[in-house]
Design a protein around this ligand. Sequence first.
Ligand code: DGL
Length: 270
Amino acid sequence: MAVGIFDSGLGGLTVLDAVQKRLPDVPFVYFADSAHAPYGVRDADDIYALTTAAVSRLFEAGCDLVILACNTASAAALRRMQEGWVPRDKRVLGVFVPLIEALTERSWGDNSPPREVAVKHVALFATPATVSSRAFQRELAFRAIGVDVEAQACGGVVDAIEDGDMILAEALVRSHVDALRRKMPSPDAAVLGCTHYPLMEDVFQDALGPEVRVYSQADLVAESLADYLGRHPGMLGPGAQGGYLTTGDPRRVSDGATRFLRRQIGFEAA
Ligand code: DGL
């Protein structure tokens, strides 16, 4: 009954941690494509090829349902995968929709026409590939009207986090927040549109100030997954065991993951 969680690297662990707490009886298989991270500077074809290879490995590990805990893959590859690649008995879901439903005050699967919502000025922080896909703005436009979105492509932050250089990551986050503020001086909400960024959430909040509400995905995705599995219990795959797979150096990736989650995590070669 395993469920797969995929990211290019360590960022998806923020989602994994939340889904493990929300669904303690479900075994999760986590896949970090560390050899190819970051995805955020790659083109859409490349992201599609890497993401489908990783998801295939999670299907092999007994997962019928895979969550792309990676906004870059969700933005650049998910729709193409769902349209022609995902086998009929499997499901691949992204992390955008739960976030946008929270931002636009909608409950799961509410597909009513777009309407006015409380937030008016939204700052989006994401990778260069996610920003250039405009997937966030597209999904938002299905649900809300009159929302001004200013996006900041946060080059370098994922690399710094993957390298464990949190001093550089903090400096980069502060400079990206400054750059965003030059374009939108007073956002009322900020979206952390990359699953690596919750690891820097305190820095984003501090740089943005207390009046800006920061939305990050982990808990929203966990709630949405619990709801989905409640409605589709058959999507718990045949795999009986959770685990951690990486295309990178298992020892190095395990060290990074253990540091972030503050518990022992052991990755194996994928
Ligand atoms: N954590 C990812 C995301 O949510 C991936 C970032 C990257 O590999 O550049 O976008």
